[in-house]
Design a protein around this ligand. Sequence first.
Ligand SMILES: CC(C)(COP(=O)(O)OP(=O)(O)OC[C@H]1O[C@@H](n2cnc3c(N)ncnc32)[C@H](O)[C@@H]1OP(=O)(O)O)[C@@H](O)C(=O)NCCC(=O)NCCS
Length: 128
Amino acid sequence: MIGVDIEDISRFENRDEKFLKRIFTEIELEYSLSKTNSAAHLAARFCAKEAVFKALSSAGINNILITQIEIYNDESGAPRVRFLDSSIKYKVQISLSHEKEKAIAFAMLDLKDLEKYSYHPCYMGDEG
Ligand SMILES: CC(C)(COP(=O)(O)OP(=O)(O)OC[C@H]1O[C@@H](n2cnc3c(N)ncnc32)[C@H](O)[C@@H]1OP(=O)(O)O)[C@@H](O)C(=O)NCCC(=O)NCCS
């Protein structure tokens, strides 16, 4: 399953702390606010959360909140997803990009992994 989202970077310019903390985790804020164009990185992270939400939702998984999804960067700089509730173990891959005005993100949910979970609408509950 895949998900995508695109946002205007300007939506994330000069936002107050209350707004930022409602949407983003400490890790996301620390990373984005350390960059020159913070709004672009914030917008990309917002897109990623929405894209992950869409990929999960397309698989019939509707019990995940955007605030439970954290985007972080590995040592190479590649973006990764984790869920703040450690009992949520879906594997989702993402890719981000930001330009002057827009940010975009794609997410892909690993369906192989999903077979372990009864949320999958195609899961019959009788495998393995
Ligand atoms: C990493 C790279 C692909 C980013 O591309 P870019 O056009 O500069 O910037 P984009 O806005 O499209 O993408 C930025 C996002 O790429 C992601 N990214 C960074 N390093 C990454 C990596 N190693 N793997 C996957 N994604 C990566 C990050 O999510 C980053 O956004 P973030 O900092 O907000 O998390 C690019 O800098 C690079 O190193 N390219 C190597 C290929 C190359 O040399 N091309 C030039 C050919 S002339």
